[in-house]
Ligand binder design. Structure first.
Ligand SMILES: Cc1cc2nc3c(=O)[nH]c(=O)nc-3n(C[C@H](O)[C@H](O)[C@H](O)COP(=O)(O)O)c2cc1C
Ligand SMILES: CCCCC(=O)C(=O)O
Length: 402
């Protein structure tokens, strides 16, 4: 029944797969609920690794407010609109995506699973969900590309102090088939992270998440040490070169000259910064507060989205991340004008619990949920969705529940 009916949408197919397996006594291999998956991840991970993944900066106010901003907004569905044939696809920088979904760049995945970014890359490729690989990945730019074949991938750049090192990373990403560069702006200092401080745990200091640096010819030449023989001195150079808090908008032109790839700026929350990014040639911005991991007290990402969308108009793509956990969240961000969203911690919970299959399940479930949520809102495609589908309910008592 599941495979034979061509009219079944991806969401309905996924539901039936799960319900039919139930008839044979098989329960889903991994929790369906992301909250439950996070609890399972906590059981399988070392406390310091789970703390690093799940935690945020300071009192984690911004991390919580990312979720609260979703709860405050409610969808007003429309009826009798023929949603029998739905298309959840969107176009992002010339790429046609099956759903408005990409994988957020998340570094040091070796602390979560032994296959790390390779498992995520394979799952992303299998589902056609583009992966954004972090500069701070535990497998190299080239290794991850090799695991993905022709599947779409972007590279996230931590803009290093050395222009030569930045150019080297960009050359490597271009050569390995990454199609855009996401420059993360909000991590020029490492925030005060109480869970990590309590565990006295920084993965980089333990040799995690430095693969792209230690394998880079420019890094090695500038460091003047062999990272294998002198890991302490290599780390010192990594810590020195990782970022440069003195950077300003004036530096952006040099970065643009260093690559043919389109550049998106991640960590933009103010409309004026978004305008400036686009004026200076950015192909897009990612509205993000880094999942509440950098500036605690920063505005919830969803609350910042409409202002950025209005400032950018249709001059560039506005992507969004921060608190996406299920289909309704995707719908709300899309209704406020995002071109697509980046999924963050949830796929890492899947990785920790079930490796590649765990990530696949998270993605397949979310895509199904997106399809059904779109249809139940009375829309056959995201083009039919707008701000008029949302209301804000400030009096929602659940908004105070973490
Ligand atoms: C463990 C962890 C590592 C991250 N590493 C990076 C990174 O290397 N580069 C980057 O731009 N963002 C990084 N982020 C931020 C994500 O790209 C994204 O903005 C954030 O996870 C979104 O919030 P959410 O996971 O709550 O949805 C990281 C986030 C987590 C949880
Ligand atoms: C210096 C932080 C790099 C990884 C990262 O972005 C994060 O942990 O949030």
């Amino acid at each position: 029944m599941t495979e034979s009916n061509p009219l079944l949408s991806p969401g309905i197919k996924r539901q039936f797969q799960i319900y039919e397996a139930g008839l044979q006594g098989r329960a889903p291999a991994h929790p369906i609920s992301v909250d439950e998956l996070a609890r399972r991840a906590e059981e399988v991970l070392a406390p310091e690794a789970f703390g690093y993944l799940a935690g945020g900066a300071g009192a984690e106010e911004t991390m919580r407010s990312n979720r609260e901003a979703f709860r405050r907004r409610r969808i007003v569905p429309r009826m009798l609109r023929d949603v029998s044939r739905r298309d959840t696809g969107v176009e992002v920088l010339g790429m046609r995506l099956p759903a408005p979904l990409m994988l957020a760049p998340i570094g040091v995945q070796s602390i979560l699973h032994e296959q790390a970014e390779l498992a995520v890359a394979r799952a992303a490729a299998a589902l056609g969900v583009p992966m954004i690989l972090s500069t701070a990945s535990s497998r190299t730019i080239e290794e991850v590309a090799a695991a993905m074949g022709d599947a779409p991938r972007w590279f996230q750049l931590y803009w290093p102090r050395s222009d030569e090192l930045a150019a080297s990373f960009l050359r490597r990403a271009e050569a390995a088939g990454y199609r855009a560069v996401v420059v993360t702006l909000d991590t020029y200092l490492l925030s005060w992270r109480e869970r990590d401080l309590q565990h006295a745990y920084l993965p980089f200091l333990r040799g995690e998440g430095v693969a792209n640096y230690y394998s880079d010819p420019v890094f090695r030449a500038e460091a003047g040490v062999d990272p294998v023989r002198e890991p302490g001195r290599a780390f010192e150079h990594f810590a020195h070169v990782f970022s440069d808090p003195s950077r300003t908008w004036a530096d952006l032109a040099r970065l643009r000259e260093a690559t043919r790839l389109p550049i998106l700026l991640k960590g933009v929350l103010h409309p004026d910064d978004a305008r400036r990014a686009v004026d200076q040639g950015a192909a897009g911005v990612v509205v993000s507060n880094h999942g509440g991991r950098q500036l605690d007290g920063a505005v919830a990402a969803l609350d910042a989205l409409p202002g950025v969308v209005d400032a950018v108009g249709d001059r560039a793509a506005v992507l969004f991340d921060g608190g996406i956990r299920r289909g309704a969240d995707v719908l709300k961000a899309m209704a406020l004008g995002a071109r697509c969203v980046l999924l963050g911690r949830p796929y890492c919970y899947g990785l920790a619990v079930g490796g590649e299959q765990g990530v696949r399940d998270v993605l397949a479930n979310l895509e199904a949920d997106i399809d059904l949520t779109l249809g139940l809102s009375g829309c056959a495609s995201f083009a039919e969705l707008g701000r008029g589908h949302l209301v804000e309910s400030r009096s929602d008592p659940s908004a105070t529940v973490p």
